[in-house]
Structure formats: C-alpha cells, structure tokens
Design a protein around this ligand. Structure first.
Ligand code: ARG
Length: 590
C-alpha cells in the first residue's frame, strides 16, 4: 500500500516526463507551510538548470500536466517555482479508509527482511541497575519493536555483565563476609551440600556487599589484587568459585527479570558475557593463527588503529596479564557466537554514547577476524539523563540513582497525579495501582523517547508526569478519551460507518497525519530513531484533541456521525500501535 507522498510523487513525476523532463524531479514532500499546501515539489528549480528554462515556466508545464488528477484539489506555483499541492478531500478520505482497513494501519513493511540482533539493557549481575540501563532498556526495546514491525527477524539480547571483574570482587567479598560462603568458595562441594550454606546470600546481601567491595577495591590494593586473581580463577573454572558465582548470578538475575518485566521490557535471549566463555580459548587461537595478536606487557592485544583516525584508538585487550578475559573479549566472542547461531545481517548495540570507543575497537577486531561483515555492527549510542545542574543525574546524596528507586518515585508521582485528576476514590485498589503503574512507565519512557537518542535531557518528574503537554500520560489520556467516545457510541447504538468522509479542516489534518505514519515508522527504522514515532504519536493525539473540540461526534447526524466514529476508531488504533512501538502500554481509564 503506497502512502500519499508516494502516490503524489508518481503523479508529479509523470507530469515532468510529459513535459519532456526527467522523472526524478517529481519528488514530493510534505509541505513546510501547511497553511498554504499539503505537499510540495521543488523539482522545477533543479530541472530548470538542465533544461535552460525559467523554473516558473517548468512549474507551469508540470501544473498543467497535473490538471484533472483525481488526487488533487489544487496546484499552485509559488515563489521562484515551488509547486504547491492541495489534496482532494475524496483522495484523503479514500486513503483514510484504506488505513482503517489495514492491519498495519498504513505502515509498510521493509522491502527485504533481515536478521537483526538488538543488544540492549546490559545490566550487570549483582550491581544495581541505574538510569543508564534505563535508557538502554527503553530505547533498545523500542528499536527492537520497530524493527520487528517492519518485518525483520529480530532477537533482543540483554547481554548481562556477569563475567568480569565485579564477579571476582563479589567472590572475595562474600568469602570474607561469612565462613559458610568461604567454605563454598574454597571447597569443591556438591550443589546439595552448598545450597544450605548459601542461604543468607540473598539479594539484599548482594546489594550491600557490592558497593562495599567496590569501595574497598579502590582503597586497598591487596584486596583489589585478590579480586583480580579470583576473576581469572573463576574464568579458569575453579569449582567452588563457579558454585558461588552461579548462586549470585541466579539471585541477581531473578531480580533483574522482575525489574525488566515491570518496565515492559522483554528479551528473547537472556544471555550474558559468561555464555561465551567456552568460545574464548578457541577464539584466541584463531586470532593468533590469523596473525592479529601481539603480546604487550604480558597481555594479548589486537591492534585496530587505522590511518586517518581522528583520535588514537587503543588496541583490543584480549587476555589481560593476569590471564583474564576482558569486557572486549567477551564482546568479540559474542559476535562470533551470534554469527554461528544466527548469522545476523545487522547487530545494533544500544549502549551509552560514552562506550563508543569500546565498540569501535571490538567491531574493528571482529571485521579483521572475519566474524562480521564490515558495517554489520552498529553502536547506537545515547546521551545521559541529567539533573537540573546539567550533569548526569545523581541522588541527593550524590550517588547514582538506582533504577528501582526511580520507578518507585515515578509511581508515587503518578498516584498523586491520578488523585489530582479525581481518579482513585471510585476505583478498586488493584485497578488504580495498575493505572498508576502504566502512567509511571509511560511518563518515563515517553520523556526519554521524545528526544533523539543522542541528545541528553534533564530529568523533570513534574513535567514528565503531567497529563498535559508533550508527555506519556497525555498520550494515554487522549487514547482513553477516544475509547470513552467509542464506548458511549456503542451504548447509544451509534455505529461507525464503513466509509470516512473528509470535510472539516480538523478532519483533513487528522487524515493527513494518519497517512504520515508510514513515513515516520520508515524513518525511525532507517535512523534507529524511535523519537520519530514518538513525535508522530504526539501530533496525532493533538490533532485528535482539536478534532474533538471542533467536530461534534455523537450529536452529529447519522452519516457524519458514522464517518467521525470511523475516523476516531482508526486514530485510536494507530495511536495505540505507535505506543506499542514505543513500548508503552495503554490504559483503559484515567
Ligand atoms: N554491562 C555493560 C554496562 O553496564 C553494558 C553492556 C552493553 N552491551 C555489550 N554488548 N557490551 O556498561
């Protein structure tokens, strides 16, 4: 199904050809002056150069060729030779009707489906998730959904940080903290024998243990060295360490899964760095055999710097001088693993922009080793969520804000907002809680996704949670309003019509926006930019609000009422689809 931009481009290109000019000048775009026109074509200006004729003359010839097109109500020439196009109401109505009948609500699938990995979330086992992981989760989830909707086969992978230094740190800290845990670490106990000894090593304990151990490692070199050694012994397969590691991994993983679930974030692969450990030895041999490695101060490295690099890229550290696999090592092995198991055309890494070098280094090494085709790995970085001071958000105590606390805070705010709006008293407790949760998640996600991912933004809970303005709750609220109109119609026996008619300016605007969904999704896909879908959802909700104020629905005469109900229905479905692509769940009442 083509959208109006494509249909008009085809018609205008034909008119160029009829005037003896190349079709490529017929490209039509949305008008940047919606008060004057719906669409425009600037091709006459470029065509004039080749043809040696004044642009206005060419525009006039093209306009003549368009005369009588059923798509158009008017063609006007403006300024030096811009062609301004106004759509016929009937053509708009017809397009709106086709969108209403389309399960994809007007958005086309990608021409060639691909296999795509989206690597996002990236929490670290036993370290609490923070707002950086929130951004990775929100943006990655939306990118995954947009890619899948376009028709690609997509696997989302959490890529847990579960095999690095922090695990060695925790092993040493646990062994120091409790003789039972030490026994598990130092003895090669059976799982049955270890289980009762590990009882107290729960989530709360891990939450306490890790920050203390991290602080101690900073201050105390002997402790740090023990943790380093433990890391390499763990990776070397020391049985007691593995038992302890497995326990801490599972405890922490269960908690992380709960948190992701609450956020509406779901992975196809709950894999981590540790899952590629078995590939590392072979990979190191392969890198050596390919002549890519060098020994540098006891460590094994791959140099990746290239002539003309803007800044000097350090080499990939494959094996540290202690014999440990590093962050980049597991990333390279993961690329190899994905190639062997899924052979993706593209892997997108949704991770903080500040890790750009890390990925550039790992990707280059992968290209050198032939583990991925040049360009098939892409880091889609994002900026930071900042505090009012413009610096990365910190708690009042100056620490990193834990994701869990952020969500609790946002939910409290959502409850407050719902009470302000007069909702709550009459609702059963669990329904109220469910709505508060949806409002909170919508507030957080939309606040993030409305910006291009590379942009940093300032956290402002008051603004994000408002039911007015460019916010998630506003979008939920508009959807709820449409639903309540449709519900009322149903109660009074008023039915949506089969056809949509377009007459009023507010109806035109809505229909034009419905048509623009296709372009918004396609561009969001091409540019890995969910903000374009967010922008579309916001404009659609706003246009509905205008329409609702300007055009009576239930009190209109039956034919008009039927058309407006049909229009409201398709707007709701497209709005909810856009929200779904953003990972935002709609509410039934607000
Ligand atoms: N665990 C990492 C962190 O917290 C993010 C992982 C991102 N993904 C990857 N393949 N390296 O910074």
């Amino acid at each position: 199904m083509t959208d109006l931009t494509a249909a008009l481009t085809e018609a205008v290109a034909k008119a160029f050809v009829s005037a003896g000019l190349p079709a490529e000048h017929g490209r039509v775009t949305r008008s940047d002056r919606p008060d004057l026109a719906d669409f425009q074509c600037n091709g006459a200006l470029a065509a004039a150069k080749g043809a040696g004729k004044p642009p206005r003359e060419i525009a006039a010839a093209v306009a003549q060729g368009l005369a009588g097109s059923p798509l158009l109500a008017s063609v006007e020439i403006a300024g030096p030779g811009f062609i301004n196009l106004k759509l016929a109401d009937a053509a708009l109505a017809e397009r709106a009707g086709r969108i209403a009948a389309d399960p994809r609500l007007g958005a086309e699938a990608a021409p060639e489906p691909r296999r795509v990995i989206v690597d996002y979330g990236g929490p670290n086992v036993a370290k609490p998730m923070h707002v950086g992981h929130l951004r990775a989760s929100i943006i990655g989830e939306s990118v995954k959904r947009i890619y899948r909707f376009r028709g690609d086969t997509v696997l989302g992978d959490a890529h847990f940080g579960d095999w690095g230094f922090q695990m060695g740190l925790l092993i040493v800290a646990a062994a120091d903290a409790d003789p039972n845990w030490r026994e598990v670490a130092e003895q090669d106990l059976s799982p049955e024998a270890a289980a009762p000894l590990l009882k107290g090593l729960d989530l709360e304990t891990l939450d306490r243990l890790y920050p203390a151990a991290a602080a101690q490692a900073k201050a105390d070199t002997a402790f740090r060295d023990r943790a380093r050694k433990a890391t390499s012994e763990l990776q070397g397969g020391k049985a007691g360490y593995l038992t302890l590691w497995r326990h801490m991994h599972d405890v922490s993983m269960a908690a992380l899964q709960r948190e992701f679930h609450a956020l509406g974030v779901d992975f196809d692969l709950w894999k981590g760095e540790s899952d590629v450990d078995h590939l590392i030895a072979g990979m190191v041999e392969d890198l050596k055999a390919k002549g890519l490695t060098e020994v540098d101060q006891g460590a094994l490295i791959v140099r990746v710097a290239r002539e003309g690099d803007k800044h000097e890229l350090p080499p990939l550290l494959v094996v540290s001088s202690e014999g440990s696999a590093m962050y980049g090592t597991t990333d390279l092995a993961t690329i190899l693993d994905r190639k062997q198991s899924f052979d993706p055309h593209l892997a997108l890494y949704c991770v903080d922009q500040r890790q750009a070098d890390h990925f550039e280094i790992a990707f280059r090494a992968a290209y050198l080793a032939g583990y991925a085709a040049e360009g098939a790995l892409e880091h889609i970085g994002f900026g930071t969520m900042n505090g009012p001071d413009g610096k990365p958000f910190k708690t009042r105590e100056g620490g990193v804000l834990k994701l869990h606390d952020l969500i609790t805070m946002t939910k409290d705010k959502a409850r407050e907002r719902l009470h302000e709006a007069g909702l709550g008293a009459e609702l059963p407790q669990d329904e109220f809680e469910d709505i508060a949760h949806k409002v909170a998640v919508a507030a957080l996600k939309f606040a993030d996704l409305q910006n291009f991912r590379g942009t940093s933004y300032v956290f402002d809970l008051d603004r994000f949670s408002s039911f007015e303005g460019k916010t998630g709750p506003y979008l939920l609220y508009q959807a709820v309003r449409i639903k309540s109109v449709l519900r009322k119609a149903e109660e009074t026996g008023a039915a949506a019509g089969n056809a949509i008619a377009i007459g009023e300016a507010a109806e035109r605007e809505l229909a034009l926006l419905l048509d623009a969904f296709n372009g918004a999704v396609r561009e969001a896909y091409d540019r890995k930019a969910p903000n374009l879908v967010a922008e579309h959802a916001y404009k659609l909700a706003q246009a509905f609000s205008k329409f609702y104020a300007a055009c009576p629905i239930l009190s209109a005469e039956p034919a008009v009422r039927g058309s407006r109900l049909a229009l409201a229905g398709v707007v709701l479905r497209q709005l909810e689809l856009a929200l779904e692509l953003l990972g935002i769940e709609p509410a039934e009442r607000m």
